[in-house]
Design a binder for this molecule. Sequence first.
Ligand SMILES: Cc1ncc(COP(=O)(O)O)c(C=O)c1O
Length: 362
Amino acid sequence: MLQHKDHFHGSDLEKIEQIYGIKKDEITSFSANVNPLGISPLLRETLARHIDAICSYPDREYLSLRKCIADYVNTDYENIIMGNGSTELISLLIQIQHPKKALIIGPTYSEYEREISLGGGTCLYYPLKEEQDFALNAEHFTAQLNESIDLVVICNPNNPTSSAITRKTMRHILDVCKQNDIFVMVDETYVEFADNYEEITSVPLTAFYNNIVILRGTSKFFAAPGLRLGYAITGNRDFIKLMNTRKNPWTINSLAVIAGEIMFQDKEYIQKTRKLISEERARIYQIFSKDNRFKVYPPSGNFMLVRLMSEGLTSNELFDRAIREKMMIRDCSTFPFLDNKYIRFCFMSQEMNDQLLSCLMQ
Ligand SMILES: Cc1ncc(COP(=O)(O)O)c(C=O)c1O
């Protein structure tokens, strides 16, 4: 068996091809957390017809796209700023805020820490507790906040735990952060997959709080990671001005603009995605809950964290077993606070999920 110290990011299929000799086109990625339905059919039908758009520069202000997104998330278009994937926005936000000390709720996506450290800031982690199913204890968390912290980072639903916090809890956190002059970055990359979307999205709070910026993208829910289309939502117009001053012009290309305008309006595809993920999430969670070789945590996103309870079975072994059957899962041993007893996988079609289940549960 191959021992890989390095973890594979959900998109590292090239690396797998090199190491395992399996063609990347043959691998089903259960680790990229991308909608299994592929791109919106409306987008597939329409985009090619707009190819001539690349002959001109996109609108520098992205007005029409921002209006589409504002309709989609139910806010004012002036609260929206576009980015080349949410990755560009994470980076910009951190460069502008330039936190000396940031508090990240973890285990979580590693890009926040990388970006904060690159800017010379210190990252502290507030650990979610396994005994509490990785759900946040908001009272305990807010008691740790003080004026020495400049930035709080919350991924909601969180990658890799798939746990989520409600808007009510978020409001409490924002109040305490406001008192301590702390800015809050909320990454909602996975929020559209949640059954209780209305209860957990923080978008309505941007009308009342000026210390929150929400990040969203199209890579996961709209299955378009290659498009590099992300956006941020904030009610803090001064912050948007700062972002615009700092940002390079035209980081969203003309085709991505048109793609965005089409996909956010494909209601049928959006509904179909939510239904598929909701059904598969409930079904697979149930199956794992009944098997005492595994421990699962209630998932809100389109993926699930699983703890391996059998003695001797490691995440590395399961990764290896699945990849030999051309299925790639995430070995979570490199996440802070997790170890080689945790794996994560996303929900794909029912048939693919069944294939993964028989591989993992044999
Ligand atoms: C929580 C989270 N935020 C952001 C990203 C990056 O998203 P994008 O492709 O929009 O830059 C990822 C990708 O895996 C992620 O898991």
